[in-house]
Design a protein around this ligand. Sequence first.
Ligand code: ADP
Length: 397
Amino acid sequence: MDQRENGALLAEELSRDHELLLADSDEALEQDFDLCILDGRALDRLWELVKQRKAREHPTFLPVLMVTSRPGVKMITRHVWQSVDELIITPIEKPELRARVAILLRVRGLSLALRSRGEEARALAESLADRARDMEAQTTQLEAQTRELRWSAERLAERTLAAEEANRVKGQFLATMSHELRTPLNAIGGYAELMEMGLRGPVTAEQHADLLRIQASQRHLLGLINEVLNYAKLETGAVHFHLENVPAREVVASSESLVTPQAKAKGLLLEVTPCEEDVTVRADAEKLLQILANLLSNAIKFTERGGRVSLWCGISGDAVLFRVSDSGIGIPTDKLEEIFEPFVQVRSDLTRTAEGTGLGLAISRDLARGMAGELVAESVPGSGSTFTLTLPSGIPR
Ligand code: ADP
């Protein structure tokens, strides 16, 4: 068989299982293929190009199969297997041809798979390196943030210490001042009373009226100073709580009778809803009464004539709630927390006319918290306010 016949035979045999690209020029070597089949003459002419093409694919294996007649085999020694990977001697045996082509294509396939694995591995390595860089940057950032946080925490601790110290000094100052003021005030009251009773000689009707005013002012001032003293004591931690199981109904009844005259005098409706009979609250009875009396007298103070004040008591889970509501002037939303600060009073006509130090709620909240409770306020300005005191339940009676 001559070369052409061999070529046709090859083409016919291989086209059954493979896609063939019949090369009619040297440029065909530049195209994409998985196996190159050449005869001796073509290889003689193209061996340099074939070598370059194989080198370009390196390290991926691009197989070249040479079909040659027995005398052409010696040509192989010249190429020293640089450009040829497999050999078929004519006349072509079809099974042999199929087997060699299949093996070469399999090796090519494996080599391509290896290449793509290699590329994947490289891409993975790159993305890992990227991640490592990101993490390094994040670590640096975190370290900086940690340093900042530590610095802030240290400053905060210093400030807290300074604030605690300032608070302690303030409390001590208030306690001393209140004590120093009470002694002469008591003397004023005592002497005014002596005179008013006529024990220092006769007094005229006008002098009598003045003495009564002096006494009223003295009592008022003493009340304010006592409140300041109470607050100062609370702040310095000098107040002790005697916690016991206090019958809630009794505290409600006591606070009602304390404020009934005030409410009547102002023409207010006082509604009281007592707790169930057996409910007790874990509290210091005297301090609980002090809180309720303060909340009720505030409600009366800040409600116009003809309004309504109510005291409700009930249980919620493990807690006992005392709720003091009124239909008074209300509290602006942005002041609902501020009013629990000492000396804070919301400006209004009623605060101007009503007496007070702005300490009642600060004392009440401190007392509530001192008994493991809480005191909060809600309000609809213009419609009224509700103060809720929550305290732990006691053992039922
Ligand atoms: P004081 O009553 O001596 O002014 P408090 O600490 O008891 O001090 O109250 C602080 C302020 O909170 C009051 O001056 C008032 O402005 C406001 N406030 C308290 N209770 C009520 C209430 N029931 N309705 C409206 N405002 C209130």
